[in-house]
Structures are given as structure tokens and as C-alpha cells.
Design a protein around this ligand. Structure first.
Ligand SMILES: [Fe+2]
Length: 289
């Protein structure tokens, strides 16, 4: 079981937002190719979150397209990977938060691919029920993260087409067709070695994708890296999140792909994540993890 190879891809770096450069100790997200014998993952710094392209056996999955503005970067990423847009099996959202999903419909249509969702996201979409959000004070915790993401404003194209997706009032009616439903601990169809995990806590519908042999975790917002690698302080259910943290810590992971910030690497990387206080400050020793 060898660790994946990590390759910087500076040619795919967008101009990092000044706010992210100044405020996030880990710095802005950077484009990175994670290469393993059986699969590759390309991290692309999107407007509101990191977009990941997973490639396995000639299939590509595009994970978390936060903005319609990210679609050209995804196309450039597919070019870099020498993967045809027709090989895109699906666009996937790790959870229905606007910063991860406003560009998903546009991307699914651009690549003529269906939209794959976790079971809870899919039920919300089919019933037209918005997913539950943290209460008002809880959402204030998003403010430091928004600054460290680079304080992005909602783009014109997202205002035009994205506002129906991922907000507390959104019914998430996608125009694109719906594809596979990803269930807990089930294989991701078409992507040998990849398993979906239901990881509620940050949101009720959060999922992660894990490749045990490659020891890669696509974490969505269950992990973020604004400050060197931390558990998310923005929670819908602290109780569910504790179970999720225990599950994730039990997995073989040497590369963790967070929803925000640079990719985290190293053996046991998830056991070193910090826990943050209300405003994203590092909690005192003894309360971490
Ligand atoms: Fe989120």
C-alpha cells in the first residue's frame, strides 16, 4: 500500500484572492494532482470551494462545483488530465450548501452528465425540501471561513442561475438529470476502489468519498484547511459530527482533500486535525481532535 504521489500544477492556479492570502494561515487552495496506481484526483481551487476531479479506469467525476465560473477551470483540468469531457460520468455534490453546489447544474449540462448525490441530498431534492441549516447564531461561524476563502462575492452567473441551489430556502430543483444515489459504505459506481460514506454533522446530507488502497479522502466540508487542517466549526449537529469524526479517524487516510483550503497530506493526517472555537480560533490544548 503506497502513498499517492503529489504533483503541483501551478499552470491551473487562478489568481488567489487577496483576502485568502492575507487571512488564511494555510494560504489559498492550490491546484494539485494526487496520483496513485489505480486512481487520480485533481484539486482545483474554485471560487467558493475546492473542486475535485476524480479519474478511475477512464471515467471522471467532478466533485463540488460551487460556481458556474468554475466550469472553465474544470475544462482546463480535464485537458490537463487528458480526459475527454465525454468521459465525465457524473457531477457530484458532497452536500447541498450553496458554496459547493451553485455551479453543479451548469457543469452537469456543460459536460452532458447526470448529477450524483448522497442519499439524504437526493431525498431533499426529490421532496423539494431545503436541507436543515444551523440556527442563526451558528451560521455566524461561517464568516471567518468566508474571509479565508477569499471573501468571494456571488458572481453574476451564479446570481442568474445558482441562487436556487444550496441556500436555507432552496428547493434544489436541478434542470439536469439525476444520476446515481450514493449510499453509506457502498461503492461509487464506475469508480473502482472508491466508497461513499454518509458523514452528517456539518450538514445532515454531507458525504465523503474514500479510496482505501490509495488512502485518499474527499472530505467535502467535513474537513477544512484554513489553519493547517481542522474539523469544521460550522455544524448542523455536533452529536452526529462526533460520530463522523470517529468514523473518519478510523479510516486509512494519508491524503485528505478538504472542502476549503490546500490538500492535507501525511500518515494519520486526520488524527492531527484541530478543533476550532466559535470564531475559528484554535481551541486550547486538550480540547483538540
Ligand atoms: Fe458546507
Amino acid at each position: 500500500m503506497s502513498s499517492p504521489q503529489l504533483i503541483d500544477v501551478p499552470e491551473l492556479a487562478p489568481e488567489p484572492a487577496i483576502a485568502a492570502r492575507l487571512s488564511a494561515p494555510a494560504g489559498p487552495a492550490r491546484p494539485l494532482l494526487i496520483r496513485h496506481a489505480d486512481t487520480s484526483v485533481l484539486a482545483l481551487p474554485g471560487r467558493y470551494c475546492v473542486v475535485y476531479i476524480i479519474v478511475a479506469a477512464g471515467n471522471a467525476a467532478i466533485v463540488d462545483v460551487g460556481s458556474a465560473e468554475d466550469v472553465p477551470l474544470v475544462s482546463a483540468g480535464l485537458d490537463y488530465l487528458r480526459v475527454s469531457p465525454s468521459a465525465v460520468a457524473f457531477v457530484l455534490a458532497t452536500h447541498l450548501h450553496f458554496d459547493h453546489v451553485m455551479g453543479a447544474d451548469v457543469a452537469a449540462q456543460a459536460f452532458d452528465a447526470p448529477l450524483a448525490l448522497g442519499r439524504v441530498s437526493r431525498l431533499a431534492v426529490e421532496s423539494g425540501s431545503p436541507i436543515h441549516w444551523p440556527r442563526r447564531m451558528g451560521t455566524l461561524r461561517a464568516i471567518p471561513g468566508w474571509v479565508m476563502q477569499g471573501a468571494p462575492t456571488i458572481s453574476g452567473s451564479d446570481r442568474a442561475r445558482g441562487l436556487r441551489f444550496g441556500f436555507p430556502w432552496s428547493t434544489n430543483r436541478f434542470a439536469s438529470r439525476l444520476g446515481p444515489v450514493l449510499d453509506h459504505q457502498q461503492p461509487v459506481p464506475g469508480f473502482d476502489g472508491w466508497t461513499a460514506l454518509a458523514t452528517p454533522g456539518h450538514s445532515s446530507d454531507s458525504i465523503c468519498l474514500h479510496h482505501a488502497d490509495a488512502r485518499i479522502l474527499i472530505a467535502g466540508d467535513s474537513v477544512r484547511n484554513f489553519r493547517g487542517g481542522e474539523w469544521n466549526a460550522l455544524l448542523d449537529s455536533a452529536q452526529q459530527y462526533e460520530s463522523t469524526k470517529a468514523l473518519l479517524r478510523s479510516l486509512p487516510v494519508s491524503v485528505a482533500c478538504p472542502g476549503h483550503g490546500p490538500v492535507l497530506a501525511g500518515d494519520g493526517v486526520l488524527s492531527r486535525l484541530a478543533t476550532m472555537g466559535f470564531w475559528g480560533t484554535r481551541q486550547a490544548t486538550g480540547k483538540t481532535g
